[in-house]
Design a protein. Structure first.
Length: 590
């Protein structure tokens, strides 16, 4: 440890503004009710980055002295970003915007790590953690309440205020059941911390704890059990410098773990008694249900990611191109149950290795390993509640990152990076003037990107369905919408806009083969594959078209229906060109 965890710092107006903006950044994006196509998490992520910019601007305005200490973790994140630039130069990406966005995310995360360290020094570790934990607890408690309401049906009075989930599992306003369970676990960690710090009365802590436990049970996430185990383990390995505080941490985490298990066991019984058992299967039930176990595709995805890494160990398959590489290699049958293909192997380490190669993996593992070494030493050696809370939050997100891809969402990444910065670690001392100049330039650039991207996305929302012909818009509006998509396909949203443009255009248009190649590297769903096969056949590349058709029929369950429809919709002039595809589809088993 290079710096103390306690102390009041020199809290001033800048640190207070930064702390409030940071608190809003880790709460408000998780409470937005709207999550719809074309990019379901856009507004959550945009808001997190915007609030992060405010917090960073306040921190940059208060930089003082001749030298500035930069946490080691921030330097590892910058090194990762630098490697992605090298990778993009050595291996041409399908869309340059994919590695560029990753670089922005990594530098943003590195800046937030530094912001967390600055807040620790200026406002004090305990004061900063108290505020941030209170924000997380408030956001998680509201989400838990929303999730409970969602399960039993959103009343008309709350329509438009509380989002309606699309399936039987509650998702709160996080929009995904497993991420919802993760955020509630972060709320539980914050509750334990504030209780241990005597910032919450026992009765209030018990009430909020039961609310969080019930919300987690309605998420029906198996990860919730792992989160409880980690919080309990972290509490038990915490040092005992302050025995009374350590006892409060252990007592609270044990209460939450037992309550979580009890809720998962009791809710199915209660629902069966109420006649609504068909809508609910507990996480415990999903752990042993044969149908769930038989359809579990994570191990197959992990094996596939290892195979992709083995095939391209140095440069990887390209950042953001896991889905395309997975389709080209051939999907395991257990993964081929949907029209689209997973864009991640649902494991952060394997994802980085597959897409970024061994250098990216080494940087990521070294940076995370160095940070965790310090965190575990501090957890075992000091017993300070702040260290427990930081380790608890990072551990919950880390466990989830081994099973999903939460760190690929800007608001989850921002929360994790900010909290990680509260832990004192090794630092590098840099001259303040260039650091301040880089910070100002970065914040200004990011603010400009936010404005441009929001403008583009609002237009994208308006036109993507019209351009595809899914509405009753007149032909003139359809053409105008397609033109708008074409313009958006040259900007920051190209990896998202061009797949919709590809769907909107006829396979016989001249630029479709090149466009289809890019789209399949990024998002090779059954519709895109069928259109690309037809475009290749019409362009005279019959061998490539038939190979792609055969591969799609063997890989994607819905490829046959998509191919039949695309072939049927093409003009009569292309009948001869598409004959080989038609024969392949007819010969394929149903």
């Amino acid at each position: 440890m290079s710096a103390p965890l306690s102390g009041t710092g020199r809290a001033g107006a800048a640190s207070r503004v930064a702390l409030l903006a940071a608190g809003a950044m880790i709460t408000l994006p998780f409470l937005l009710p709207e999550h719809r196509l074309p990019v379901r998490s856009f507004y959550d992520e945009w808001l997190a980055i915007a609030l992060g910019c405010v917090a960073l601007a306040a921190g940059a305005a208060d930089m003082r002295g001749r030298a500035t200490r930069v946490p080691e973790l921030a330097l590892w994140l910058a090194a990762f970003a630098a490697w992605l630039c090298v990778q993009a130069a050595l291996r041409s990406p399908a869309y340059w915007q994919l590695p560029a966005a990753a670089v922005v995310f990594l530098l943003f995360a590195g800046a937030l790590v530094s912001l967390g360290a600055w807040l620790r020094d200026t406002a004090g570790a305990e004061g900063t953690a108290d505020v941030l934990a209170a924000f997380v607890l408030a956001g998680a408690s509201l989400n838990a309440l929303i999730g409970i309401v969602q399960f039993y049906g959103v009343p008309a009075a709350l329509d438009g205020i509380v989002a309606t989930p699309s399936g039987p599992r509650s998702v709160g306003h996080v929009a995904q059941a497993n991420v919802f369970a993760m955020y509630l676990a972060l709320g539980e960690a914050s509750l334990v911390y504030l209780f241990a710090r005597r910032r919450l009365h026992a009765a209030a802590a018990a009430l909020l704890g039961m609310l969080l436990v019930m919300g987690s049970a309605y998420a029906q996430s198996r990860s919730g059990l792992l989160f409880s185990i980690w919080l309990l383990a972290a509490a038990w390995i915490t040092g005992r410098r302050d025995e009374s505080t350590a006892h409060r941490v252990r007592r609270a985490t044990l209460f939450l773990a037992v309550a979580t298990l009890g809720a998962m066991l009791a809710l199915p019984v209660v629902h069966e008694a109420l006649g609504i058992s068909g809508r609910y299967m507990s996480a415990l039930g999903r752990l042993v249900a044969p149908a769930v176990l038989a359809s579990e595709s994570r191990p197959a995805a992990w094996a596939l990611a290892l195979g992709l890494f083995a095939g391209s160990p140095w440069l990887g398959v390209g950042w953001g191109e896991f889905a395309g590489a997975a389709f080209e290699r051939g999907l395991p049958r257990v993964m081929a149950t949907y029209e689209a293909i997973w864009s991640s192997p649902h494991n952060a380490i394997l994802h980085v290795l597959a897409e970024g190669g061994i250098v990216a993996g080494a940087i990521a593992l070294a940076g995370a390993g160095r940070w965790w070494w310090g965190a575990l030493r501090g957890l075992r050696g000091t017993g300070v509640p702040v260290v427990w809370w930081v380790a608890a939050v990072a551990g919950v997100v880390g466990i989830h990152a081994m099973l999903e891809y939460p760190l690929w969402y800007a608001h989850v990444l921002a929360l994790t990076a900010l909290v990680a910065g509260l832990l004192p670690t090794a630092t590098a001392t840099l001259p303040t003037r260039p650091v301040r100049a880089a910070a100002v330039a970065g914040i200004t650039t990011l603010a400009a990107l936010l404005a441009v991207t929001l403008s583009d996305y609002l237009r994208f929302e308006q036109v993507f369905r019209i351009a595809k012909g899914d509405t009753l818009a007149p032909p003139g509006e359809v053409v105008a919408a397609a033109d708008s998509l074409a313009r958006l396909s040259r900007g920051s949203l190209a990896p998202y806009a061009e797949p919709w443009l590809h769907r909107a255009r006829a396979p016989g248009e001249p630029d479709m083969p090149a466009m289809g190649t890019r789209v399949l590297r990024r998002a090779p769903d059954a519709e895109a594959v069928a259109r690309h096969a037809a475009a290749l056949a019409i362009a005279g590349e019959r061998d490539a078209a038939t190979r792609l058709t055969d591969h799609a029929l063997a890989t994607l369950p819905r490829a046959r229906a998509s191919l039949e429809r695309i072939v049927a919709e093409t003009p009569p002039a292309t009948t001869e060109a598409l004959a080989p595809l038609r024969e392949r589809v007819r010969a394929a088993p149903p």
